[in-house]
Ligand binder design. Structure first.
Ligand code: NAD
Length: 333
């Protein structure tokens, strides 16, 4: 048993969250993670409308009676979404756990807190974590430079970010970015985290909705196979290093730089979605963290979480023996 403030707060067995992932956080995966003892998270913006999100929430409930959450991410978008509509639909459907992320989340956090919800706020900087703490969030999900998707612009790796979070924050935090195996999971707990967030690792599971070719591509990849795009647009995103991503980087490096319009057709999420549907890793942009270098199989969510639970306990037990301590597991409290 890995009992932490996160497992107690959310009523889950294993302190592992499947963070929101565009096109990936759908009912089948979410339910599989929650059934296996972690926290599955539906990605609101993957659904075409708030009404479709209602249907996805109901579908998830037919697959699991365990807790699950909904992610709402506020970032620049080609077609600005109806964030309020998605939030209202989820609250009205009885969802009580939310993962928020992105820019200016104040109004959204206030809305969820005024409805008695638990909010995990994902951010990439201590200063943003402290602002979110002041807004009343329950848990900070702190994203190191290693993460897939949007890591912010500060380029602080997880080791320093987590140690800083442990010093600076009053609410529990979970570690995100670069975690895909028991070593990283145990290290996060040792750094003071109450749990971990994993995205890329859950993309590469049996229940993940992406094409088998892409799962096999992840297994075959190394930690050198991702790249940052949008650096020059101050909306940096870590994505799989494929032909389209390198074309975007080349456009950004042109003398005079690039405007979003110059890369819009290459980077659109609608095109990236086709990667997962067709199984062609070069069709568009797709998010991946450097944890691809740690992933060498395609387990079910149950196999993955049971393995992590067992190995994390072994690592912590081994460390306890090294320091000669007796008594309970250091993460139980
Ligand atoms: P999209 O097609 O609207 O945009 C594709 C990419 O371009 C995204 O990374 C987006 O942030 C970026 N972008 C859009 N307009 C921009 C601008 N004017 N300047 C700079 N960058 C710009 O994205 P989508 O795939 O349909 O996703 C919808 C939203 O969800 C986006 O804001 C995206 O960033 C966000 N997102 C959420 C998650 C999640 O886990 N919830 C993951 C990835 C992306």
């Amino acid at each position: 048993m890995l009992t932490t403030p996160l497992t107690k707060l959310l009523g889950i067995r294993i302190p592992a969250v499947q963070g929101g992932m565009q096109w990936v956080g759908v009912p089948r995966l979410v339910a599989a993670v929650s059934e296996a003892g972690g926290l599955g998270v539906l990605t609101a913006l993957t659904q075409p409308s708030p009404e479709a999100l209602r249907a996805a929430i109901r579908e998830t409930r037919t697959l699991t009676s365990k807790p699950f959450g909904v992610n709402i991410t506020l970032l620049p978008s080609i077609n600005p979404p109806d964030y309020e509509g998605y939030a209202r639909a989820a609250v009205e459907e009885g969802v009580r756990i939310f993962e928020t992320a992105g820019n200016n989340p104040g109004a959204l956090i206030k809305y969820f807190k005024s409805n008695g919800c638990i909010v995990l706020h994902k951010c990439t900087a201590i200063r943003h974590a402290k602002s979110a703490e002041r807004l009343g969030v329950d848990v900070i999900s702190i994203d190191g430079l290693e993460c897939a998707g949007h890591p912010g612009e500060d380029d602080i790796g997880g080791l320093v970010l987590m140690a800083r979070a442990a010093k600076e924050l009053k609410v529990p935090f979970i570690a995100s970015g670069g975690i895909a195996d028991a070593r990283g999971f145990a290290a996060a707990l040792a750094l003071g985290a109450a749990g971990v967030n994993m995205g890329t690792r859950f993309m590469c599971t049996v229940e993940s909705p992406i094409h088998q070719n892409i799962k096999e591509k992840i297994v075959a990849s190394t930690e050198r196979d991702t790249v940052h795009i949008f650096r020059t647009l101050h909306n940096t995103a870590r994505v799989f290093k494929n032909k389209v991503a390198m074309e975007v980087v080349a456009i950004e490096r042109r003398p005079g730089g690039a405007k979003f319009e110059d890369v819009k057709d290459l980077v659109s999420g609608a095109r990236g979605r086709k990667v997962y549907e067709l199984g062609d890793p070069d069709y568009g942009i797709w998010s991946a963290g450097i944890a691809v270098g740690l992933i060498d199989d395609i387990p079910t969510c149950k196999e993955l979480l049971e393995r992590l639970e067992k190995q994390v306990a072994e690592i912590i037990g081994g460390l306890t023996r090294v320091v000669g301590a007796s008594g309970s597991c250091p993460v139980s409290n």
